[in-house]
Design a binder for this molecule. Sequence first.
Ligand code: NAP
Length: 537
Amino acid sequence: MSQATEQTDIVIVGAGFTGIYMAHKAQALGLSLIALERGGGVGGTWYWNRYPGLRCDVESVDYSYSFSPTLQQEWTWTEKFPSQPEILRYLEWAAKKLDVTKYFRFNTEVTAATWHEDITRWRVTTNLGDTVQTIEAKYIVWGTGMLSIPKIPVITGLEDFTGLVLNTATWPQTPVDFTDKKVAVLGTGSSGIQVIPIVAQQAAHLFVLQRTPSFSLPANNKALAPERMAWIKDNYDQYRADARHSRLGCVTESVGKNFAELTPVEARAELERTYNYGSPMRFSSTFNDIVVDQKANKAAADFAREKIRERIADPILAKKLMPDHYITTRRLCIDTNYYETYNRPNVTLIDLREENLVRFTDSGFETTKAPYDIDIFILATGFDAITGALNRIDITGRNGQKLAAKWAVAPSCYLGIAVAGFPNMFVVAGPGSPGPLSNVVLSLEQHVEWITAMLTFLEKEGITTFDPTVEAERAWDDHVAELSNGTLMRFADSWYTGTNVAGKPRGNVVYMGGLAPYEKEIIEVATHGYLGFTLTK
Ligand code: NAP
């Protein structure tokens, strides 16, 4: 069934941190807006990821909106690292407070978006159940998230398995009981590392299938002391300003020196200090050059390995759990009792570098070494990140060009915000933005505010279309690549480079210059009349 085409100034897709803030800004600009979300409520990634143990690896007082003094003063975080339920409650509350929930159509999936040159508008097609809706909009803003499409590996025979199959990224809304169950978890990134200790406490037996060990630090999570929260509220302005002027978008209290500027004793003391604090942002800021200089990186990685070793009773097991990549070039995780979980008698590590996963059967799985009977299988296998959400939507720009086809060659995106050949379209935290390696909430705020300023300019000047030039886009891609190749990220294999998904081109999808320098660059573009964009009246 299809309905009459609706008209609006702006379509916003996604009801996560981006969509909520963008709707608030569009409302203030006086633009008519329709916001679309495939989930049943606001929250974005925090709506879908509900596995037990999930909490953010950025501290709550950083991982929250900084733009509104009212929101900051009225919301009180209860823990150092916010749990998924607390973040979801926060987003639901913020959306209501900003009065934007009314703009969202939930359970509504965008299936296609096509640019129509004759009317200089996007035609957006959505599905709500069996109903097809078509909306024509002057602008479209994708707030579809960097980590919203689960990566599901192809596993032979999984369809024959008669037990329960779960995915951390699309966890059921009701709690899952693991009591007396034999469970297997595939994947040892941030999600696996958080869910494994919780499942191990309940299950009869837990098998962990590990291919690549991650670096993880103890979160040292705790209740936020009322005095600390009160201090933050009194000093939020300065706290946020310091974050906005930093490279990672949060306060790290780093000594601000390169590794070589410290004596070995000083370097060790700094590593102990940031490790004991418990925060990936702080640990990865121990030395300025941790992701640039091999010696600095090795010092931090050796230290982290030493700490991992201390947490595992069996030295053979400890060896299998030892990561060997450049630290911080894959996500540096935080955990609560992750390594200690392997000291439990009901936990078995299956090292997929020693035995291959061959197939699933009706009762479990077989590796090259043995068969394993299980009741529940949990995929913690990550995401088709950054480009994944938009690649799944049939997006057609000028001259019939498909976005997915363009990004199959390389994930090009001017400023990490706009794509040449796709006019009047904004991508929040697209490829080439600092989002993945920063406090992403602040990164998204930067984007939304920059987009709002551009919309104001376009409306005031009576500009009908904007489109980044191919040259400007290429120059930005080269700039991002150069920044990335100047760091150890050039060796990374993970969602940071797209290599976690078979067939995806390896890309420099992270702007490695840092959040504050990035903002300087995009503001420069704006103050010079939107350099690199073709603007048509
Ligand atoms: P991930 O970091 O990409 O980890 C996926 C894991 O699954 C890896 O261990 C990977 O091994 C394994 N895997 C994937 N396909 C496999 C296959 N076919 N066979 C064997 N192993 C396979 O994904 P994630 O843990 O969901 O985390 C993704 C990102 O989400 C994080 O980096 C973080 O930014 C965010 N996140 C954050 C939090 C938090 O804030 N605490 C929590 C969850 C997620 P290989 O590495 O060998 O491919």
